[in-house]
Design a protein around this ligand. Structure first.
Ligand SMILES: NC(=O)C1=CN([C@@H]2O[C@H](COP(=O)(O)OP(=O)(O)OC[C@H]3O[C@@H](n4cnc5c(N)ncnc54)[C@H](O)[C@@H]3O)[C@@H](O)[C@H]2O)C=CC1
Ligand SMILES: O=C(O)C(=O)CO
Length: 329
């Protein structure tokens, strides 16, 4: 018996081995709408597409109106903020994502950002590179300790737990967290007794490092805004490792410029790529990264592999590990 070959539209480059898996079973068009030369091909393929796979491009309600054959979207990301969840649910279109395979790498990146910001690593590396290191450095270039400090985690999910392990078990930090619900002791493993659930305001007041790893939802938009910055210690460092929408960037700039907080480490921004005119790009108290949370060779490949498997399984009528539950979004 021959199985049906479906039309798949790949809207962001896939590694060759994963593209080959799709091509072996289905008809595949590769067209990235963010690349001007491929935009027309993307919109030409959309009406026939039964499956989409890619990331970093907003799939809107209007776009779904043109994709009337669509059965599944497989995102090469864990975040699902680029997708119209209610419209997908109403239309019976499956959504898949890549939880888990990027957790440790993203926690590494966020921890690196925390270290880089506190110890002023990019600034001091530039000091050496530019030839300014002519004598021993003085207090004006000292950083601040990370070990032994208090880490406040907003969003104690997969990445939040991985951060807590690094902080509590590796760096002897006190770890506070806020989450939609308290994590049961039985799920804390080696972290049992090392992490403490607190109300959000208490976390903001007490933490030396406030780290956002909550998903972007209507509820979390500007979770870190003027009110939150006003509650923080003047020595607090804010790290955003989840989505730009969580931080009110104008309020953040004000908080930095008026010494309400010490510094910020940002992997994500309201607009990406970060516009060249954004004051965050060159601000002396900001370490900015180009959304590299999961960007290692190993992890990006694992994400592509999981997204490919998710898509193939939905088209085969199976239930993939990465199916996003649209009924509980
Ligand atoms: N910078 C990067 O490259 C990456 C960023 N991310 C971002 O990190 C987010 C988290 O990923 P995971 O840990 O895998 O997700 P997860 O779903 O395991 O964890 C999210 C946690 O946030 C909590 N939460 C949701 N709304 C909340 C609220 N209003 N207040 C407090 N807690 C709330 C949830 O209860 C959950 O425990 C993703 O949604 C994505 O936006 C993920 C991977 C890479
Ligand atoms: O997976 C995600 O949500 C990212 O931001 C990139 O890995």
């Amino acid at each position: 018996m021959t199985s049906t070959r479906h039309q798949i539209l790949v809207f962001r480059e896939l590694p060759e081995d994963q593209l080959a898996r799709l091509q072996a079973a289905h008809n595949v068009t590769v067209a990235n709408p963010r690349v001007a030369a491929q935009r027309d091909a993307f919109f030409a393929a959309l009406p026939q597409a039964q499956a989409l796979i890619g990331s970093s491009y907003p799939i809107t309600d209007a776009l779904l109106d043109e994709a009337l054959q669509l059965r599944v979207i497989s995102s090469i990301s864990v975040g699902v903020d680029n997708y119209p969840l209610a419209a997908l649910r109403e239309r019976g279109i499956a959504l898949c994502h890549t939880p888990g395979v990027l957790t440790e790498t993203t926690a590494d990146t966020i921890f690196a950002l925390l270290m880089a910001t506190s110890r002023r690593i990019p600034e001091l590396a530039m000091y050496v590179r530019s030839g300014q290191w002519q004598r021993n450095i003085g207090e004006d270039l000292f950083g601040w300790d990370v070990h032994g400090k208090t880490l406040g985690i907003l969003g104690m999910g997969r990445i939040g737990m991985a951060l807590a392990r690094r902080a509590a078990l590796g760096f002897g930090m006190r770890v506070l967290y806020n989450n939609r619900s308290v994590v049961p002791e039985s799920e804390l493993g080696a972290l049992a007794g090392h992490v403490h659930y607190v109300a959000r305001d208490a976390l903001l007041r007490e933490a030396d490092f406030v780290v956002s790893v909550v998903p972007s939802t209507p509820e979390t938009k500007h979770l870190l805004g003027a009110e939150a910055f006003a509650m923080m210690k003047p020595s607090a460092i804010v790290i955003n490792g989840s989505r730009g929408a969580i931080v009110d960037e104008a309020a953040l700039l004000h908080a930095l410029d008026t010494d309400q907080i010490r510094a910020a480490g940002l992997d994500v921004f309201a607009t990406e790529p970060l516009p060249v005119e954004s004051p965050l790009r060159t601000h002396a108290k900001v370490v900015a990264l180009p959304h590299i949370g999961s960007a290692t060779h190993e992890t990006r490949h694992a994400m592509a592999e999981m997204a490919t498997s998710n898509l193939l399984q939905v088209l085969a009528g199976e239930q993939p590990a990465g199916r996003f539950d649209l009924n509980h979004a």
